[in-house]
Design a protein around this ligand. Sequence first.
Ligand SMILES: C[S@@+](CC[C@H](N)C(=O)[O-])C[C@H]1O[C@@H](n2cnc3c(N)ncnc32)[C@H](O)[C@@H]1O
Length: 187
Amino acid sequence: MSNPDQEEKPFRSEGAVEYYESKRYKSSIQRRVDQREQSTLRELLRDHVGEGGKHVLDLPCGYGRFLPLFHGLGYRVTSMDISEAMTDYVRKRPDFGPNDHAEAADVRAGLPLEDGSIDAVCCIRLFQHFHYPEWRQQALKEFARVSNRYAMVTFYDSGCLHYWSKRLLAWLKRKPVRVQMISRETF
Ligand SMILES: C[S@@+](CC[C@H](N)C(=O)[O-])C[C@H]1O[C@@H](n2cnc3c(N)ncnc32)[C@H](O)[C@@H]1O
């Protein structure tokens, strides 16, 4: 699938972000997905990166879903997203810390960060919006440049049941599958 029209449109207003946060991860299934992602990420970070005094890059940050998790591990957080409405929203969150930073950036165009300035890059739920291999390569190169060691990147695995259930549902509703799934080999 390589139709640029299917690229995700960035959120344009903070009201839209607030509405999105109020609806997202609220059904029982989505709540379970959220809890699982949070606990997996917490475990990976605690076991590999460690706790306290680290600088983490949350890209794309969205509405700041993982901000409390990062703070719970004692990290300083740089939140970035292509949508300025998202980064403005994160900056105004009550839990946004004095040492945190939020800034709009498109990872494909390069990030305003020094080489090796980040202890762990966390890139959750971005690659399904990247329909071209070049975009994924640009992002991975940028993560390798800014990170001094770790980068955690999620992708939708075309070998999993979710892929086939999404395809079946889209086929039944006569709608296109908008997310891009790739194989482990491709990743
Ligand atoms: C599904 S959300 C995931 C947000 C967050 N990581 C989470 O899991 O809650 C995808 C986000 O990717 C952002 N995004 C899309 N393309 C991007 C790009 N090229 N660079 C940075 N952010 C991008 C969108 O604005 C959106 O906020």
